[in-house]
Each structure stands twice: as C-alpha cells, then as structure tokens.
Design a binder for this molecule. Structure first.
Ligand SMILES: [Zn+2]
Length: 244
C-alpha cells in the first residue's frame, strides 16, 4: 500500500503546489483524502486511474479540500464509470455537495448519474466502515464557517493513516496521531502565529505528544516553504509517494 501526495499545497498555490489531495492505494484500498479544486490536474498528471477510486474522504468544505469534487463526479459521469463511489465527510456534506456542484455546473446536482453515488455523513469520534476503510473522524479547529472540520484516522489493510486536516493546535491531534503508521500534519507557517492554522514551532513544542511512527508536513505557505531546510522532518511535495 502507498500514499501519494497528489496535491500538498495550501489554498493559494504556494510553491506551485496543487490543493490538498492524497491518494492511498493497495491492499484492498483505493481512496482519496480530500479533493481540492486542482485534484483532477494532479490525478491526471500522475496517471492515477480516477474511476478505480472507491471513496473520497473530505475533511471540510473549503474549496482547496472539497472544490475538486464536482469535476471528479462529472468526469466519472461522462466516462460512464461503473463502480459505485462514496463521498464521506462531516455532517452537512449532502447540502455542501449540492452547493458545490451547482456552483461549478448549474443543474448538475440534479441529473441522474451514470454510476451509484453515496454521500455519507460521518459522526465525530465514532468509527464508521466506509467501503473497505474504518474511518474515525476527530473535530479540529479551523474557524466558524466551511465546517465542521475533521481530522481523520483511517485504518485499512493493517495500516493506519492519520491526517490533521486544516487546524490550529488542538489536543485532538494527539488522539489522531496515536500509534499511526503515518501522520500527515498541516504546517502552514514556520513560527508566525496564523489563526486557524499550525506553525512549525507549535508542532515542535508538542512533538513528544504526537506518538506517530512517521510524520510528514503538508499545506505549507510560502513562509514555511522558505524554511523547509531548517526543519528536521519530511515535508510533502506534489507527486511524493510514501510506502505504508
Ligand atoms: Zn486548506
């Protein structure tokens, strides 16, 4: 099983990196974590078979994490995708799906799709089976609109992946990271405090509490990208593949 950073950028294309989208495949898994607006570009760039993806997990509804879903769905419809698709995320996802679809392609939230689409609302701090995945969402802190905001633990094929989603520091991150094989954590800035986001200094202060086997930084602004060389941790780049 492997995880590929299809997109690891922030909302603004800092460093030329695409919006958030991680692809996990192998050992019975084939899913995306987040599907930011530029995801189809990344999926095509890396030759990832879009119609083999079974599940899209969304951490929240901002465009750089959720905005690629209309393109993904319409592409699947026009390609006459055969496999069912599950899109799962925080409560409110059905309404956000319709809203995003209508904003991108008017009337298309109402058409009969060529494939079975299931939109699944996941309760926080409960483990839900989503296709072959065992998904446990945790609430994180990212502002007052566009949420609820989740970080995830995803167990599949004997491995567990944790992802912070977009968030400022919250002790919930300790729960997400506990004993995971890979913990992907947003690191928007180096030491500047930015509301609703993490900076590296905060992560460093809490590092001993994050009991993950491996840690990777993502969602970096220009400020953080310029400081990458000072940081003793792996930081994501578009296209990077990690074995799980
Ligand atoms: Zn974001």
């Amino acid at each position: 099983m492997h995880l590929q950073f299809v997109g690891c950028g922030d909302a603004f294309g800092s460093g030329g990196q695409l919006n958030t989208c991680f692809h996990v495949a192998g050992d019975g898994a084939n899913f995306l974590i987040d599907c930011g607006a530029s995801s189809l570009i990344g999926l095509n760039r890396h030759g990832i078979a879009r119609h083999a993806i079974d599940v899209i997990l969304a951490t929240h509804f901002y465009g750089d994490h959720f905005g690629g879903i209309p393109y993904f769905v319409l592409d699947a419809h026009f390609a006459k995708r055969a496999r069912p698709l599950i899109i799962a995320g925080p409560p409110g996802i059905e309404a956000w799906y319709r809203r995003a679809m209508e904003a991108a392609f008017e009337h298309f939230s109402k058409i009969k799709l060529a494939f079975e689409l299931r939109i699944v609302s996941l309760p926080e701090r409960a483990t839900t089976k989503v296709g072959t995945l065992q998904v446990t969402p945790f609430p994180v802190v990212h502002g007052n609109s566009g949420g609820p905001f989740y970080g995830y633990r995803v167990a599949v094929g004997g491995r567990v992946v944790g992802y912070s989603g977009d968030t400022e520091w919250t002790d919930t991150l300790v729960d997400i990271a506990r004993d995971v094989d890979l913990f992907i954590i947003e690191c928007y800035a180096y030491d500047k405090p930015i509301r609703n986001h993490l900076n590296f200094k905060t992560i460093e202060q809490n590092l001993a509490r994050l009991a993950a086997r491996r840690l990777v930084l993502t969602h970096m602004s220009d400020d953080m990208l310029a400081c990458r060389h000072k940081v003793p941790h792996l930081s994501a780049s578009d296209g990077m593949v990690l074995a799980l």
